[in-house]
Write a protein that binds this ligand. Sequence first.
Ligand SMILES: Nc1nc2c(c(=O)[nH]1)N[C@H]1C(S)=C(S)[C@@H](COP(=O)(O)O)O[C@H]1N2
Ligand SMILES: [Mo]
Length: 391
Amino acid sequence: MNQDDKPTDSARRNILKGALGTGALAAGAASVPGFIFPALAQGEQLVPFTDVPDTFNARPARPNSTHWLDTREITTHFTDNDDFYIVQHYGQPEIDNETYKLKVTGMVDNELEFSLSELMARDNIEQQVGFECGGNSRGLFQGLIGNARWRGVSLASILEEAGIQDGAKEIVFFGSDVQTETIRETEVDKAFARSLSIDDAMRPENMLAFEMNGEPLPLYHGKPVRALIPGWYGVSNVKWLNQIHIQDTRYMGRFMGRDYVTLKKESIGGIERWVENSVTTINLKSSIVRVTEMGGQHTIQGFVLNDGTSIESIEVKVDDGPWERAEINPRSTKYSWKLFRYDWNNATPGEHTVVSRVTDVDGNVQATTEELPDKVSRWENYAQFPRTVRI
Ligand SMILES: Nc1nc2c(c(=O)[nH]1)N[C@H]1C(S)=C(S)[C@@H](COP(=O)(O)O)O[C@H]1N2
Ligand SMILES: [Mo]
């Protein structure tokens, strides 16, 4: 394993061991020596998908504004900071590192306040975390996605230092980005915010990150500090974090209760009901993102994301053929994305449908759209994603 890939920490090794020390892959997903996922080699070509609309070919604006990753260009395990997708709902607040303060308030024994240098001076942890926006979809060819190496401090250690009082229920994370929203005909200034239950917040892998791929957190990814909740959809990773508040009521707000809310049909104790849920952990998902050809040999590549449960297998199917096992990049860790490749031998000229499916060690298998419950909201798209290519 490359040194870069190991979650490292200084004093908190024991805490992290439980969460991160287990192998990212189950025994069945063999690690492949010499696994490569390179930029196009000499003589290698991208095989065009025939399912990509012209709008996707217009290059996304970047790096400083909302943009997605052109997933056909995923070649590296870590996404460059400038290529990593950006979603910002309320603009981009510029915060001065010198005057930055993070406040910890509410139902705690000690309210706390940290400057950036005080935060950075605490025990650091570093880990690989990949995530996608809860609104990522086939329409964007899954481009609201990225994988990076993050450094920061443990959230639990800060909450422990503050001392959460009995009766507290939720931890609310407020960003510095504020916008005037009209709610029931009243104009109110609202900060971007999300909350976690105490149990979810105390997971040892949660961190307050100030570094991304070895650089200070870029402005557009939340400078100087963001929350990072591994295994959860991107919306939980509150950028430009300036307050953590502990309270005994459920936090409500646009990004908990109105947006990033999935509406789907489910059996509730035997009764079929339409159910709404806030977007939380990343559903088990894989997608093919590129097909390449060199010297007549074709290769299919893609990614897996989930909540951190170990992966049993990733398989690829061509047309009506059998499911065949693909190889997972052995650099993958528990919360990184997992890139995979499959050698597509003897591909014949013409149009083909290719699709991937991932299975975790608990036996969950990525389903087809038809197998999933009826869903009318645009969040949480994790069905198998058939692609078409022409050889
Ligand atoms: N303060 C703040 N944090 C935020 C957001 C935001 O608009 N404001 N967007 C969220 C959403 S919806 C996503 S998907 C991720 C995107 O993180 P990125 O732009 O660094 O990729 O940030 C989350 N954190
Ligand atoms: Mo998002």
